[in-house]
Design a protein around this ligand. Structure first.
Ligand code: ATP
Length: 535
């Protein structure tokens, strides 16, 4: 049930061997085929990058990119941790869609766990043998049965006490059948009683309360013409990316075209919807080199990772080609992603870092003189109207290819130049309002837990009926500085914004500590921790 019996290529004693998947042991080095495969164990990626579909574990339909463990002395000293090294972990049952590698070297991973000890194995175990849950309801039921039994012993109704347990079981079976008729399958029947007692439901915003897709609204480029006012300033709002009309020689366009984790799978461009919309808007072209032309492409781009982004061919304009040398994938805790880009027409040690992320985070990493004085005001104006904002920044780097592969992101994601803001619209789902309304009418409290900006969150919360008035707080500050206030705040606040995955989990814990019975509703990988606490 956990793993299929398949032949897997492993490297043992320096030789390639085919072994059956049930003979894999922790420490084996597996070779991942370039055309992909379904993984039969949990493993740590050692080199190259792979695109994996983890839908069967996380429910996330967008494929994710995993990168090889960095070959750094510092990294070797660290103890392996599932959370910290999640970008290097491949899970049993997930599907590798694509691999990227250099100089014909095969992509290797070290087996970490097999069979029932894998993440999938643990999931199967928890479904087959759910933990006995000590629900309040069951406790109360036993007390009640005890009470009736007491009465029965004094001769009033022995038969009632005997009947109460079968009656409860029949009730649960009937409830299960009603749920099944609505296509709701319950793996732990005792949970049904608890669901009846739910008085709080937490919702993730993006993709749960709002649509998965986004609409591009406009671009707010920043002028670098600091001579005029000695400070950068926002240019006019524009609806198109146009190289000629954009400042800084089109750096903002290059940032939007290269700073993403999109990939081509079966001829189709796949990835994060936000990245997808932004890239599509630029009209640039993404090319992935296949294994057959890998050597030729590698030599063209000085052996860099074979992702090439080209500007569209318009009239007799020169086509610009940029190669993505390294990707620092999006991390919700860091609220940003970045890429190192090289133009093969320029010297080998001239590279650019393009970074995009939340407006607050990117602003904190930019040089102050590159920031318009009204930056916060412009951000707040859009956020108050419910727009989703992404800031873009860049920095010139003097590093060669080898150095670019080893450099730590904290070392380069600083002293950047702010390029501008991308304004996106994220519409509320049609059914959201009625669901929230239904919950409110049933006197069930609704809470929004989101990684997005507080003003955007409040605007969306108002639109879908979660709040009627502004209530704001900064979760982390209160958690660290005033832990004694936390219990009171979780009882009154209805919107929790800029929440990292760990904070979402902490919030659910806190609500449970103050005796709320909490349900969590989320769609993304950043909700997994919070979803898990509920169970
Ligand atoms: N692909 C991306 N590239 C760069 N920055 C991003 C990307 N996706 C999101 N961000 C920024 O990081 C912030 C945090 O993202 P996160 O996924 O935790 O929350 P969210 O998507 O805004 O909301 P929710 O938690 O409701 O899904 C976002 O508000 C956005 O500013």
């Amino acid at each position: 049930m956990v793993q299929k019996l398949e032949l897997v290529k492993v490297l043992r004693n320096g030789k390639e061997e085919d072994v059956f998947s049930d003979n894999l042991v922790p420490g084996d080095i597996i070779l991942i085929p370039p055309h992909g495969c379904v993984l039969q164990c949990d493993a740590v990626l050692m080199n190259g990058t792979v695109i994996v579909n983890e839908a069967m574990l996380t429910g996330e339909s967008v494929p994710v990119m995993k990168v090889g463990l960095p070959d750094l002395e510092e990294e070797r000293q660290k103890l392996f941790s599932n959370n910290e090294h999640s970008k290097h972990l491949l899970f049993c049952g997930t599907q590798v869609l694509q691999t990227r590698f250099y100089r014909g070297k095969s992509v290797q991973a070290v087996v970490l766990r097999t069979a029932y000890t894998t993440q999938k194995g643990q999931l199967v175990r928890s479904i087959m043998y759910p933990k006995p849950v000590d629900f309040e309801f069951t406790k109360d039921l036993l007390k009640f049965v005890g009470f009736l039994a007491g009465i029965a012993t004094i001769g009033l109704g022995y038969s009632i006490a005997i009947m109460i347990i079968p009656a409860m079981s029949i009730g649960i079976i009937a409830a299960q059948m009603r749920l099944r008729a609505k296509q709701i399958f319950c793996i732990s029947p005792s949970t049904i009683n608890t669901c009846g007692g739910i008085n709080t439901v937490c919702f993730d915003k993006t993709g749960t309360l709002t649509e998965d897709g986004l609409d591009f609204n406009c671009l707010r480029p920043i002028s670098s013409d600091v001579n005029v006012k000695n400070q950068a300033y926002f240019e006019e709002e524009t609806e198109e990316f146009n190289m000629q009309s954009l400042p800084l020689d089109g750096e903002i366009l290059k940032a939007a075209a290269t700073c993403h984790s999109l990939t081509i799978i079966n001829g189709e461009l796949c990835g994060d919807p936000l990245d997808f919309i932004l890239f599509r808007k630029t009209n640039w072209i993404l090319e992935e080199t296949s294994s057959s032309d890998e050597v030729e492409e590698s030599s063209r781009y000085d052996l860099i990772q074979p992702i090439v982004i080209k500007s569209p061919l318009i009239g007799n304009q020169i086509q610009l080609e940029l190669a993505v040398v390294r990707q620092f994938t999006f991390n919700p805790t860091l609220q940003r992603m970045a890429v190192i880009v090289h133009n093969p027409q320029e010297p080998g040690d001239s590279m650019f870092l393009y970074c995009k992320g939340s407006p607050e985070m990117i602003a904190s990493l930019c040089c102050p003189e590159t920031m318009p004085t009204d930056y916060q005001k412009v951000v707040n104006d859009y956020a108050q109207h419910g727009y989703r904002l992404i800031a873009l920044a860049y920095r010139h780097l003097e590093v060669n290819y080898v150095h670019a592969q080893k450099i730590k992101r904290e070392e380069i994601e600083c002293n950047m130049t702010m390029l501008g803001l991308v304004v996106m619209e994220n519409r509320v789902k049609k059914q959201t309002g009625s669901v929230i309304n239904q919950l409110n009418r049933a006197l069930i409290r609704t809470i929004m837990v989101t990684g997005d900006n507080i003003l955007t969150a409040v605007s969306v919360a108002k639109e879908c009926g979660i709040i009627k008035e502004n209530k704001r707080t900064t979760f982390q500050v209160i958690l660290e500085e005033y832990p004694e206030l936390m219990e009171k705040l979780v009882c009154v606040c209805d919107v929790f914004a800029r929440m990292s995955p760990e904070q979402k989990q902490q919030l659910i814990n806190k609500l449970q500590e103050v005796d709320y019975t909490v349900a969590m509703c989320g769609d993304g990988a950043n909700d997994c921790a919070a979803l898990k606490v509920y169970f």
